[in-house]
Design a protein around this ligand. Structure first.
Ligand SMILES: Nc1ncnc2c1ncn2[C@@H]1O[C@H](COP(=O)(O)OP(=O)(O)O)[C@@H](O)[C@H]1O
Ligand SMILES: Nc1ccn([C@@H]2O[C@H](COP(=O)(O)OP(=O)(O)O)[C@@H](O)[C@H]2O)c(=O)n1
Length: 227
């Protein structure tokens, strides 16, 4: 059997990581892992259990408690916390506003990285893992590393489209929230959002989703053919 292919897809919010990763994994028959969903699940648990998310010591003490399980099928990704479906609640504005603070806590990251490496090791044909520190920290030996970017305007328009923010003021607020979260994710001490030295950067601002998917599939096939 062929050696499993490990694909790391990192980048800021709204660059197309989730849509691209799911489509690429489905097309190539690989497993899929959304690590952002895991940090969101941890954050949702903290908020639901009255942990003060702005107190890193409290967050660190609770980091081992929730049981987070991610399904790896790209056509039907799932996530549960303590056995309950968390796919809806992890997408609320409350969780989005708190997730950067929770994910900056080293104990939280240690726990998540363990889960993520175990998922990659168990994927029979290989896996597409998306996040912020996959190429730099979680899977530094990944077969292919992609770093997606896009202008803040394009990212706000994409995210705004999802939440129905058509008015200029809503779009501006979405853009500000994105920029604030990126700054927190890039500025934290423990494995910040960063492009790995050997990652291929793809600016998606002017590309359709299909073009991005094709570009990533081509990069993976080139690597596979070369080994
Ligand atoms: N290249 C693209 N052009 C236009 N819209 C896109 C593109 N890539 C993704 N989108 C849309 O942008 C939104 C955010 O994409 P998503 O994959 O969730 O980004 P991320 O995971 O990086 O936050 C989704 O609604 C998605 O359909
Ligand atoms: N590998 C990762 C993935 C996400 N995260 C954190 O989790 C948050 C949510 O990630 P996400 O991928 O769901 O965010 P969106 O870009 O989809 O909104 C990010 O803003 C980071 O704070 C992280 O720290 N490391």
């Amino acid at each position: 059997m062929e050696t499993p292919v490990i694909v790391a897809i990192d980048g800021p919010s709204g660059t197309g990581k989730s849509s691209t990763s799911k489509a690429v994994a489905a097309e190539l028959g690989l497993s899929y892992l959304d690590t952002g969903a895991q940090y969101r699940a941890m954050t949702w648990w903290m908020l639901s259990n009255d942990v003060d998310v702005d107190d890193p010591a409290q967050v660190a003490l609770a980091a081992d408690k929730p049981v987070i399980v991610s399904g790896s099928d790209p056509s039907a990704p799932t996530i549960t916390v303590d056995g309950a479906d968390a796919s809806g609640p992890i997408r609320t504005a409350e969780v989005t506003a708190a997730v950067s603070a929770v994910s900056a806590v080293p104990e939280v990251r240690r726990r998540m990285v363990e889960l993520q490496r175990a998922a990659a090791a168990q994927a029979p044909a290989g896996i597409v893992v998306e996040g912020r520190d996959i190429g730099t920290t979680v899977l530094p030996d990944a077969t292919v590393k992609i770093f997606l970017t896009a202008s803040p305007e394009a990212r706000a328009a994409r995210r705004g489209g999802e939440i129905g923010a058509k008015a200029a003021a809503d779009l501006a607020a979405t853009r500000e929230a994105l920029i604030k979260r990126d700054a927190a994710d890039s500025g934290r001490k423990t494995s910040p959002l960063a492009k790995a030295a050997d990652a291929v950067e793809v600016d998606t601002t002017e590309l359709t989703l299909d073009q991005v998917i094709e570009c990533v599939v081509t990069l993976i096939e080139e690597k596979r053919a070369a080994r």
